[in-house]
Design a protein around this ligand. Sequence first.
Ligand SMILES: [Fe+2]
Length: 293
Amino acid sequence: MTSTTALSAIQPFGAEGDPDLILKPTEAGTRELRRLFDEEGLLVFKGLEPLGMDQQMEVCRLFGPVLDNPWENMIVSNSRADGYLGAQQLLWHNDLPYLPKPYIGGSLHALEVDAGTTSTHFASGLRAWERLPGKLRDRVANLNALHVKQKVFDRRNRLTDLEPGDVCAVHAVVRQQRNTGCPYLFVSEDLTDCIIGLSPEESDALLAELFSWLYAEGETYEHRWDLGDIVIWDNETVQHARGEITESVRTLQRVSIAEWGYAQMYPTDLGIYSDQYDMTLAQGTGMADASAS
Ligand SMILES: [Fe+2]
């Protein structure tokens, strides 16, 4: 539930806010937004004039550090030549679970869309944990999972898809939200290879059970994009996904909230990033304080 009249709950989780909360932030308003970001993990603002990348980065600094790097902040588009990800579907995932420090948050801002025709889906690991039966909670409480780099888009990524030089990372199946300490499930349909220490059959069965709670009908939020929308989410507690985008134009501006950038954590991913590696390490970060106005 929200306590500011400029904010209202959206179903099944998250909050929609007056754009002025992020465009003309006040101390009280920013405190409330941060509380909702931590507790709900999903904030929606509609009807904004298109923001430049720098403006969107400034908005995201209300919630955490933003690195001024081209691979944390980019255009996601199925029509622009400088856009990433094209038209392909993306299964449920957190961004960068295969690195030691997945992004804190993500944001997408609609620069060019056919109103209401394409969407991004969101699912909450916090809500999934809250609803998990006690026996299942006990079973997964102390387990770890292996997350692998994205190599394919039409099915779950597996360890056997990796090639020499690719990376993977181990994270707890149940993590705690960094500010509230609330537990959440951290396994995803797209990038979790297995739960460590179980047989392949046991691991697949347990993951399928956890996914059934994470992605249960009625428990996910579908955001249908209109021009000017901005969605900001906690990338650790909340997962996202999208279907194929074949018939509509869709260009979204993406800004990440992150302490660690991709190239800082993974500087040897040479094919894409080597020419900009030194610049990455020279970049500073900055998080706006609550009194920002
Ligand atoms: Fe993503």
